[in-house]
Design a protein around this ligand. Structure first.
Ligand code: ZN
Length: 292
């Protein structure tokens, strides 16, 4: 696998997540170094081929698959301030995806080590020629990186490729309203002709970008409607997740079910706050659609 040139001094190294490589006069900046045993070596080799060295790393968010290669690369890592403690503490990462300490090997991607963060940024900050875009919803501080000169946005996990969504059923999110707002923000850039790159999927632009963003949005809106339909009968979060996966024809393994509990809880909070559902205690915590 080699580098894909995206524009002046801007490259994409493929992977899931893909890594952005930006050459600056002072050295190379990476976005989302990724994970895996050899990832740090691959990235260092590709950067050496450009005749440069890595000087800093940025992360769209601190899920382990995006940052676990960072310590082995060994240059300073910057995250949004909401993502700081998620990178630093493996327990915080488990909290975010399981709700507490998680059973070993149970989550989609677990990395038991600390990932040191050397600095934080805010949305709208200018960083190495990128503007930090607020694209939260998938995680609290999810950030996209906008390169205006090259007309490129690295969007992290603000949206996903169609294949990934088909394989999980429900897009992973912790706040449906901000997830939807982030997709709408990206739709504006798709209208303007930007090349938009998801971390897990291929870069898209023009109609392809608009269609894929629309597919993501419809899946979130559709999931919300399905949950309201399911809640005509009082159901627990587990039962809702199980039924959603049945509907989307996703294989129902304990691990996938555990992962889907997170977005389902987020939808429940949203529907509860809107006054559309009630909580009841009936052989467990259940949720029920309000009549009328
Ligand atoms: Zn993620």
């Amino acid at each position: 696998m080699g580098l894909r040139k995206l524009g002046d001094d801007l490259y994409l190294y493929p992977g899931s997540p893909g890594t952005i490589i930006r050459a600056t006069p002072d050295g190379v900046v990476l976005i989302d170094p990724g994970h895996g045993k050899g990832r740090h070596k691959d990235l260092k080799r590709e950067v050496r081929k450009l005749g440069m060295e890595i000087k800093a790393q940025l992360a769209t968010h601190s899920h382990a698959d995006h940052v676990s290669a960072a310590p082995r690369i060994g240059t300073p890592l910057l995250t949004h301030r909401f993502e700081f403690s998620i990178a630093e503490s493996p327990l915080n990462r488990e909290l975010l995806t399981f709700g507490s300490k998680a059973p070993k090997g149970f989550l989609a991607f677990q990395f038991p080590e600390e990932v040191k963060v050397h600095g934080i940024f805010e949305w709208d900050d200018e960083l190495f020629g990128f503007k930090a875009l607020k694209l939260n919803g998938h995680s609290p501080g999810m950030t996209g990186f906008l390169d205006e000169e090259n007309g490129v946005i690295y969007a992290g996990d603000a949206f996903f490729g169609e294949r990934l969504i088909q394989s999980v059923g429900v897009p992973y999110l912790v706040d449906p309203e901000s997830f939807k707002a982030s997709i709408e923000e990206l739709q504006n850039y798709a209208e303007k002709g930007y090349l938009i790159i998801p971390s897990h999927g291929k870069p898209v632009e023009g109609d392809e970008a608009k269609n894929l963003l629309d597919f993501n949005l419809k899946r979130v809106e559709g999931t919300e409607k399905l949950i309201l339909e399911i809640l005509k009968n009082p159901s627990s979060v587990d039962e809702i997740a199980f039924k959603l996966m049945e509907h989307y024809r996703v294989e129902r393994t304990p691990q996938r079910l555990a992962l889907n509990l997170v977005p389902v809880r987020a939808f429940i909070a949203e529907l509860y706050n809107r006054g559309e559902i009630d909580a009841i205690a009936d052989k467990g915590l259940k949720w029920k659609r309000k009549i009328g």
